[in-house]
Design a protein around this ligand. Structure first.
Ligand SMILES: Nc1nc2c(ncn2[C@@H]2O[C@H](COP(=O)(O)OP(=O)(O)O)[C@@H](O)[C@H]2O)c(=O)[nH]1
Ligand SMILES: [Mg+2]
Length: 204
C-alpha cells in the first residue's frame, strides 16, 4: 500500500501500515480551538449522518467561551462529533471531533485511546488556541497534521511562518483546507494517513 503517490489507496491490505486489527477501521481525532470548524469538518466528510452533540450556547457560556472572531457562532460542541468515511474497500476511518477548551480536557483520555493520529484544525486569526492542543498531542506522542481552515477574514501566512509560529518540527505536515468541502476534508485525512505511513516507514 502506498499513500504517497496516489489519492486512492492501492494494494492488498493496510497491514504494512497498521496493526492487523486496525486494517479495516482506523480511529482519528480532530482537535482544535473553539469555532475552528471541527464539527463542520466531521459533517463534511462523514458518509453517515454525523453524531454531534451541538448545544445552543446559553448564558452559561458567556465569558467562558471566547467568541472573539466567531461572533456568529450560536452552537458549541459539548462533548464530541463522530463520523465515518471509507477511504477504500480495506480502510474505514472513524473520525472523532473533540473540543479544545480547557474544561473538556477530561474527555481526551478516553477519546485518544486507540487513536492512530490527529488533525489539528487551526484558524489563523486565533493561532494561540492551538498551542495548548498541540502541546497535549506532543505530550501524548500522538502523530498529527495541521490543517488550516480558511475563513474569509483569516490572514494568509506562508507555511513556514505558520510552522515557526506554532513551533512545529519540519516533518509535521501543514495543509490548507475548507472544512465545508468534502473533498478538501478528505484530502486532510489522506495527508494524515500519508504522514502515519511515513512515520511507520522511517522507524527502524
Ligand atoms: N468561511 C468558512 N466558515 C466556516 C468554515 N468551517 C466552519 N465554518 C463556520 O465557522 C463556524 C464554526 O464552525 P464549527 O464547525 O461549529 O466549529 P467547532 O467549534 O470547531 O466545531 C460555523 O458557523 C461554520 O459554519 C470554513 O472553512 N470557512
Ligand atoms: Mg463543534
Amino acid at each position: 500500500m502506498d499513500f504517497r503517490d496516489s489519492d486512492t489507496l492501492v494494494g492488498p491490505s493496510g497491514a504494512d501500515l497498521l496493526p492487523a486489527t486496525a486494517a479495516t477501521a482506523v480511529k482519528v481525532v480532530i482537535v482544535g480551538g473553539f469555532g475552528v470548524g471541527k464539527t463542520t469538518l466531521v459533517g463534511s466528510v462523514s458518509e453517515i449522518r454525523p453524531l454531534t452533540t451541538e448545544e445552543t450556547m446559553t448564558l452559561a457560556g458567556a465569558g467562558v467561551d471566547d467568541l472573539a472572531g466567531v461572533e456568529r457562532k450560536t452552537e458549541t460542541t459539548v462533548a464530541m462529533d463522530f463520523g465515518r468515511i471509507s477511504i477504500s474497500d480495506e480502510l474505514v476511518l472513524y473520525v472523532f471531533g473533540t473540543p479544545g477548551q480547557e474544561r473538556f480536557w477530561f474527555l481526551w483520555n478516553g477519546l485518544f485511546e486507540g487513536a492512530l493520529g490527529a488533525v489539528v484544525l487551526v484558524d489563523t486569526r486565533r493561532l494561540e488556541v492551538s498551542f495548548e492542543v498541540i502541546g497535549r498531542l506532543e505530550d501524548r506522542g500522538v502523530p498529527f497534521v495541521v490543517a488550516v481552515n480558511g475563513f474569509p477574514e483569516s490572514p494568509d501566512h506562508p507555511v513556514e511562518e505558520l510552522r515557526a509560529a506554532l513551533d512545529l518540527p519540519p516533518e509535521v505536515p501543514i495543509v490548507a483546507c475548507d472544512a465545508r468541502r468534502r473533498d478538501s476534508c478528505r484530502d486532510v485525512l489522506m495527508a494524515l494517513m500519508r504522514h502515519l505511513y511515513d512515520l511507520a516507514a522511517s522507524r527502524p
